[in-house]
Ligand binder design. Structure first.
Ligand SMILES: [Fe+2]
Length: 281
């Protein structure tokens, strides 16, 4: 597509582009909205630098694309229930491996959101990058027999996969696990999906929450999932972004996984709004 109002600079051979010409503090007119939407569908993740916006402005920007999600677990920004506050304090190591595993957001829900809009509020002096992987390319780079085999299969996504034996053995750990399980029961997602707007096929998988493939023996399922997790870890399918304060990343959550690199020991704070729906407004 030819863009009249915005300019794009791709950051890798697979996905991701820096977009200039957007001011999130102002309402998007229809032409700008359509160009931004197109940029996202073509590049899967876009980066908008220098967006010094208030929480209300970030919420208003997100609402332009669809209804916003209220997260059941992650704490929200005080006074703004639509904004989740991803905050890491100094020195705290994320040894559990949560956001630093490949995942689409909320794949363990029946209707995973279509997009996320993440703004860097505080960033470490080095590190703290985020990576994305192109799930269309993940599908396209599998062999034809494997594509066909996976096309008939669905996999379970379960948020309690993030719980470890150590958590369960703590006082109240089992209750917490069971409460989470009841609040967000596992859901089946087809391994091969068709993007509702581009019509392209993609491999839908989450290292963070995919537990097993329906209908396969446990050993078959474990081996196949490990192969697919290794496959999306292929660097040629990915991009990596170094943040600046007030840069906003917006990604298509239907055809990407992301990975928050946990290599820093300084405070980091990011504000996210999450857009619900199957297709954009
Ligand atoms: Fe995430």
């Amino acid at each position: 597509m030819d863009y009249q109002r915005i300019t794009l600079k791709p950051i890798s051979g697979s996905l991701g582009a820096i977009v200039h010409g957007i001011n999130m503090a102002e309402p998007l007119d229809d032409e700008l909205y359509n160009e931004l939407k197109q940029a996202l569908l073509e590049n899967l993740v876009i980066f908008l630098p220098d967006q010094e916006v208030t929480p209300d402005q970030q919420v208003a920007f997100g609402r332009r694309f669809g209804e916003l999600h209220i997260h059941p677990f992650i704490p929200h920004l005080e006074g703004h229930k639509e904004i989740i506050n991803l905050k890491v304090a100094t020195g705290k190591k994320d040894t559990l491996r949560l956001a630093n595993q490949w995942h689409p957001d909320l794949s363990y829900t029946d209707d995973p959101p279509l997009a996320a809009i993440l703004r860097a509020v505080t960033i470490p002096s080095r590190g703290g990058d985020t990576m994305w992987v192109n799930l269309y390319k993940a599908y396209e780079t599998l062999s034809e027999p494997m594509q066909e085999f996976l096309s008939g299969l669905s996999a379970w996504h379960d948020v309690t996969k993030t719980y470890r034996r150590q958590d369960l053995q703590k006082e109240g750990g089992a209750e917490l696990y069971w409460n989470t399980f009841k609040k967000a029961p596992p859901t089946l997602q087809p391994l091969v999906q068709v993007h509702p707007e581009t019509g392209r096929k993609l491999l839908y998988i989450s290292e963070l929450t995919t537990t097993h493939i329906e209908g396969l023996n446990p050993a078959e399922s474990d081996a196949l999932l490990q192969m697919l997790f290794d496959h999306i870890n292929w660097k040629e399918l990915q991009c990596r972004f170094y943040w600046s304060v007030n840069t906003v990343a917006m990604w298509d959550n239907r055809c990407t996984c992301h990975y928050a690199v946990r290599d820093y020991d300084e405070p980091r704070e990011m504000h996210r709004v999450t857009v619900l729906g199957k297709v954009f407004n």
